[in-house]
Design a protein around this ligand. Structure first.
Ligand code: LLP
Length: 443
């Protein structure tokens, strides 16, 4: 069976996560419910931190909060000694509200607004990852207005793109992000950044993709970035002290997925850095990375209640659950695949092939095609695995469906970390203009 972290099947044949029987969680918190295995998140954090400690390099592991950004998760990342990558005022606000130390926050994004930059300046965050020439000038001006000099990394597109098992090296990458290395934009950006009085250039950032299963793409990126650092030192006399290699470490969503242990990615990155720098007598920079999916993906499970079904003989049987694309848009967006079990009858042998449909008014609202399950009844619980990353984060209120609650489970305890949305939450921001209000009927 496909189980991660502390998940197991207990004597009643129920799925148990973090020592909590999920049938009890369904009763207490309702469904759909996102369940996060806290011990597994902490284990992943420690795998990254420990792997870096072994390299002897100076490092920061910044949790890419876009994968799952709620206050409890920011607390947990801080407790594990991580830094935090944010990409919007909303993520920054969440981190600050959670008391995350501002000097360990890195601000990303290809279109930071002046208001977002000002908010981050006022909060004294640790570093801005500058994405383009417009932002370079804007940040310099806004920092100057506040009498500040801020740390920056420049995001460069190294011309390496990695997807799972494939990686490609392109001369010029067609991407909305970053300064292109191949066409000289990155070099011009460095020259400008050095000249701008309110920016302190720490180094460069590159992110080559997501859900990557091999180290080759990272190695190629390191080589390109290191060659660039060496060129900048030679031509401009500027020595980068930080190289940020982004995120992208893959996880196992389904049986066939074969990600590497975290330590292997870290080892490959560190070996590549050390060999490139040593060969050029370049002082070893501090290495930053930004794992998102690999921190929280397999620690998340979504629990649904099975509702209606529709059997089309000779074609397929649809089984509908009480959530769908509103809590997990990834199958609709990316054709992502997931594994699932009947969580209250986990020991029963599968007897039928079903396809799991959501409840949104849209044919594309399918969670899993062709899943083998025991014959199910309305009221059974379906657990979909590996939903910790980019599920709650990308959830929507399409069809005015309320976003589910999130619980952290650990050692038999379940703590609500996000409450289920209420009907009032759904209409909270709605306003009815005077002319559309119902007139009191005069008698
Ligand atoms: N750093 C930067 C600059 C990024 O753009 C990303 C992800 C990360 C770090 C974290 O990457 P990770 O370790 O999670 O692969 N919504 C998509 C994923 C989009 C990823 C965007 N950037 C999905 O559901 O698969």
């Amino acid at each position: 069976m496909f189980l991660h972290g502390t998940s197991r099947i207990n004597a009643q044949g129920h799925l148990e996560i973090g020592g909590c029987d999920v049938t009890g969680l369904a009763k207490e918190f309702g469904t759909p419910l996102y369940i996060v295995d806290e011990a597994l998140v902490r284990q992943r954090a420690r795998e990254f931190m420990d792997a870096f400690r072994k390299t002897g390099l100076r490092f920061q592991v910044a949790y890419a909060s876009k994968a799952f950004c709620v206050m409890a998760m920011c607390r947990l990342a801080e407790e594990e000694g991580m830094s935090l990558d944010v990409v919007s005022d909303g993520e920054l606000h969440t981190a600050l509200q959670a008391g995350f130390p501002a000097d360990r926050i890195h601000f990303h994004g290809n279109n930071k607004t002046p208001e977002e930059i000002q908010m981050a300046l006022d909060a004294h965050i640790g570093c801005f990852v500058v994405d383009n020439f417009v932002e370079l000038q804007l940040l310099n001006a806004l920092a100057g207005d506040k009498g500040k000099r801020v740390n920056v990394l420049l995001r460069i597109t190294p011309g390496v793109e990695a997807h799972t098992h494939e990686y490609i090296s392109t001369g010029q990458q067609d991407s909305k992000f970053g300064f292109d290395l191949g066409n000289g934009a990155a070099f011009r950006a460095v020259r400008q950044a050095i000249a701008l009085p309110n920016l302190k250039l720490l180094g460069v950032h590159s992110h080559i993709g997501s859900q990557i299963f091999e180290v080759e793409g990272f190695r190629m990126a390191v080589e390109k970035v290191a060659a660039f650092a060496i060129e900048v030192r030679a031509k401009l006399g500027e020595t980068f002290s930080v190289i940020n290699l982004g995120g992208g470490f893959g996880i196992r969503y389904v049986e066939g997925d074969t990600p590497l242990p975290v330590s292997q990615y870290v080892q490959a990155i560190s070996d590549a850095i050390i060999s490139s720098c040593t060969a050029a007598d370049f002082p070893l920079p501090e290495i930053w990375i930004e794992p998102g999916r690999s921190m929280v993906g397999d620690a998340g499970t979504t629990l649904y209640t099975v509702g209606t079904s529709k059997d089309i003989p000779g074609v397929r049987k649809y089984l509908a659950v009480d959530g769908g694309m509103t809590d997990n848009p990834r199958p609709a967006l990316y054709e992502s695949k997931y594994e699932a079990i009947l969580a209250n009858r986990a020991n029963e042998a599968p007897t039928e092939l079903v396809s799991i449909a959501g409840k949104a008014c849209e044919s594309g609202d399918m969670l899993i095609w062709d899943l083998k399950l025991p014959e199910s009844q309305p009221g059974d619980l379906l657990a979909v695995f590996c939903t910790g990353a980019y599920n709650y984060a990308m959830a929507s209120n399409y069809n005015r469906i309320r976003r589910p609650a999130v619980v952290f489970v650990k050692d038999g305890r379940a703590d609500l970390v996000v409450a289920r949305e209420s009907h009032e939450d759904i209409t909270r921001n709605d306003l009815i203009p005077e002319r559309l209000r119902k007139q009191a009927v005069s008698r």
